[in-house]
Design a protein around this ligand. Structure first.
Ligand code: ZN
Length: 268
């Protein structure tokens, strides 16, 4: 007996159980896996199935979006045509059909995901880009994120990852600069500050940067885990200096040092 396996998606009426729309997502012939690689689905096949599942759900959701009455005046709307809009989910890219409608009062519905939600990039993907871009270079982040999706995605380009890091970073600065941030009843008895620096050779000319990093934390033991949380602030000071020493990677201008401020009254 030859065996096959089908993945069928159904949109149905929950009350009556009637199937409103059905789609065959995948139909495979089942064969014996002679090699481990043949067991189950390949990475690219898994992503493809995920994309088809997403496409089906998004299509049903967008049909709910189409408004038959004008939100401004309540009159009946008329259809202007179906537009195709880009949408970037965490692992997959989609072309979303959007039915645009208009009203005689002048109101016109949005024709893109960006117009509807303010962005075509799902927050899950934005979060992954910001985290990955904060951990490694934008080039390496792009490769890592593309590897998750088993394909090269334009949305994971360097410039987008840079923007994601910048957007999240600006928000964090805004939060940390607020009056409310850091307020609490606890006062740290000891505050440790670690400062280090070194030269980084500039690309293309005979100059270098001096980079300094200062980290403040409650104590040595929380330094690693507290990075990025409320217990630590990190300050980067980078300035371009003439390359008097013709360095490649010189020794840091001063060694790493730790200073305590027991009476600082610093609030975590
Ligand atoms: Zn109207």
């Amino acid at each position: 007996m030859e065996r096959g396996i089908r993945f069928i998606a159904q949109c149905y009426d929950i009350e009556t159980g009637d199937v409103l729309e059905e789609s065959l997502l995948r139909d495979d012939h089942i064969s014996k896996a002679c090699r481990l690689k043949e067991l189950g689905y390949l990475h690219a096949e898994q992503i493809d199935l995920l994309k088809r599942i997403q496409d089906f759900k998004i299509k049903q959701q967008m049909e709910l979006y189409t408004s038959t009455t004008c939100p401004e005046c309540g009159l009946k709307t008329r259809r202007l045509g179906v537009f195709s809009s880009q949408f970037h989910a965490v692992l997959t890219d989609h072309k979303v059909p959007i039915q645009r409608v208009s009203c005689t009062c002048g109101w016109v519905s949005a024709s893109s995901i960006e117009g509807l939600y303010g962005s075509a990039i799902h927050p899950d993907l934005l979060e992954k880009q910001a985290i990955q871009g904060g951990k490694e270079s934008y080039e390496q982040s792009s490769k890592s994120l593309n590897a998750n999706s088993a394909m090269k995605r334009a949305v994971n380009g360097h410039s987008q990852i840079s923007r994601a890091v910048q957007r999240v970073g600006e928000k964090l600065v805004e939060i940390k600069s607020s009056v409310e941030y850091g307020k609490g009843n606890k006062v740290a008895e000891t505050l440790l500050v670690n400062i280090d620096g070194g030269h980084i050779k500039a690309r293309g000319d005979n100059r270098s940067f001096e980079a300094m990093v200062a980290t403040a934390c409650l104590d040595r033991f929380v330094a690693r885990t507290a990075i990025g949380s409320g217990g630590v602030s990190i300050i980067f000071t980078i300035g371009l200096i003439p390359d008097y020493h013709n360095p490649r990677f010189n020794k840091p201008p001063f060694s790493s040092r730790t200073v305590g401020f027991p009476e600082s009254g610093w609030r975590p």
